[in-house]
Design a protein around this ligand. Structure first.
Ligand code: ATP
Length: 242
């Protein structure tokens, strides 16, 4: 079943076309790594899908339902949750309170505060601690948990590793692996290619606002992804054609 369908999406920042004519669809349970250099348009694309940035043109369907004209909070209610770069927690509130905020859209589903603590066991002891006093990894886990509390059909994670130590990133990814086993559909941005290749079932590479590679992880090599990342695939193709 198709979880998310993106058709001919164009997104601008003023005159700059940051996302150009992007189309793809994601099946339920797929884990898609969105890969690309700084400025490739990944964050802009994710924010546009979540309704945080206006589209210039195109359409977005969630489980076959057109959500293009819905506001961001209505998209959450429809089943789309974004964990933004930088987490954006309420740092004066406790872990439990932040998690409960995620449930305010009251979509039906299996996630609860206790279930979040099952997949992020390190959070349990910080249940009543203000998130502002917690480590980066614990804050990231709380942000992911808060998104899960809306029982999303599709979870979008923008650079979950940003600013975290390698050890903490390992912990966050260990928890993500548990989450993936539950069959959650995920789009994630990850700068560490080895990690992305390990966790995701599919790679979509962006270059200058466009998709330059879209393949199953099992059918793509590291070299093909790095070529796409640096724009070398295009150059090599031109050379072959000549
Ligand atoms: P990064 O990994 O650095 O976050 P990215 O792939 O997520 O990169 P975007 O942040 O989506 O890329 O940026 C795409 C393009 O849009 C870049 O050229 C960037 O400079 C530009 N851009 C991003 N945000 C804004 C903004 N608020 N105003 C103007 N231009 C922007």
């Amino acid at each position: 079943m198709t979880a998310l369908e993106i058709n001919s999406l164009d997104v601008r920042h003023g005159q700059l076309k940051a996302v150009r004519s992007i189309s793809f669809s994601i099946e339920k349970g797929e884990v898609v790594a969105l890969i690309g250099a700084n400025g490739a348009g990944k964050t802009t694309l994710l924010r546009a899908i979540a309704g945080a940035h206006k589209l210039t043109s195109g359409s977005i369907l969630l489980k076959g339902i057109d959500i293009t004209d819905l506001a961001a909070h209505q998209r959450v209610a429809a089943g789309l949750a974004l964990v933004p770069e930088g987490r954006k927690l309420f740092t004066d509130m406790t872990t439990q309170e932040n998690l409960q905020l995620g449930a305010t859209v009251s979509r039906a589903g299996g996630w609860s505060v206790d279930k979040i603590f099952e997949i992020f066991p390190n959070l349990q002891r910080h249940r009543h601690a203000k998130t502002g006093n917690m480590s980066g990894g614990e804050q990231q886990a709380t942000a992911i948990g808060r998104a899960l509390m809306s029982n999303p059909e599709v979870l979008i994670l923008d650079e979950v590793s940003l600013g975290l130590s390698p050890l903490v990133v390992d912990q966050v990814y260990a928890s993500l692996a548990t989450l993936i086993q539950t069959g959650t559909t995920i789009i994630l941005v990850e700068q560490d290619l080895s990690r992305a290749m390990k966790v995701a079932s599919r790679a979509i590479c962006m270059l200058e606002g466009e998709i330059v590679l879209d393949k199953k992880m099992s059918e793509v090599s590291r070299e093909q992804i790095t070529d796409a990342y640096f724009g070398l695939a295009k150059i090599k193709n031109i050379a072959v054609e000549q």
